[in-house]
Design a binder for this molecule. Structure first.
Ligand SMILES: C[S@@+](CC[C@H](N)C(=O)[O-])C[C@H]1O[C@@H](n2cnc3c(N)ncnc32)[C@H](O)[C@@H]1O
Length: 199
């Protein structure tokens, strides 16, 4: 753990986030993906799954325009954002319960982003299986809550199920691709799948 903290302190994106008073270095991952693929538009309604501590939400709300974000996380969020942010403290495994709330609110999003990640155990197979479960649950939200033409971005720890997840996403979108932004540790198994224009 000590080594992890030492490495993080030396990390370019960590230092940049500190210098620019950003919540997390993850901010730069979404920024890079968005600059390349323009997924966050002016006034986009965004669902941010696994939003804590809030780096991605901060990026969306910082961007010029009147974007709004609904965030979900199993942890409470400390950062106070403006009124364009609504937070739900839910475990994603309670998918039915979250869906009921979202239906009652008539939510329909332009973009769904999910940087959700399980607590890692050190057992690669277990971590990948847990990651797949969370990525797949995130994908379940597109059916009822993502507009036609909308965008979907989801993290996954690469494993034997990743290609299956990719195929399922590809089927629902006009275009799908893998993305690995520079701020994502080269050595980590983390990869993002991006679905462009929901069919
Ligand atoms: C890598 S962090 C997300 C970082 C965030 N995108 C940012 O920019 O600050 C992953 C998040 O997934 C959340 N998470 C993990 N398991 C979850 C679950 N079952 N339900 C909801 N959130 C979960 C964690 O609490 C954590 O906040």
């Amino acid at each position: 753990m000590k080594q992890w903290y030492k490495n993080r302190k030396k990390d370019h994106f960590y230092q940049l986030a500190q210098k620019n008073d950003l919540i997390s270095r993850a901010y730069y991952k979404l920024e890079e993906i968005d600059k390349k693929h323009q997924i966050i538009k002016k006034s986009s309604k965004v669902l941010d799954i696994g939003c804590c501590p809030g780096g991605w939400t901060q990026y969306v709300l910082n961007k010029s325009g009147n974007q709004s974000v609904v965030g979900v996380d199993i942890l409470p969020i400390e950062k106070k954002f403006n009124d364009n942010f609504i937070f739900y403290n839910f475990d994603l495994n309670e998918f039915e319960k979250i869906s009921e709330v979202f239906i009652s609110k008539n939510y329909c999003f332009d973009v769904i982003i999910s940087d959700i990640a399980p607590n890692t155990s050190g057992n690669q197979f277990l971590d990948q299986a847990n990651s797949y479960n969370l990525s797949f649950l995130s994908f379940q939200f597109i059916k009822s809550f993502l507009k036609k033409g909308g965008f979907f971005l989801v993290k996954n720890f690469q494993g034997e199920d990743t290609e299956q997840l990719f195929k399922e996403i590809k089927f629902q979108f006009n275009k799908a691709m893998y993305v690995k932004p520079n701020a994502s540790d080269k050595k980590s198994k983390e990869i993002y799948i991006l679905g462009l224009e929901k069919k």
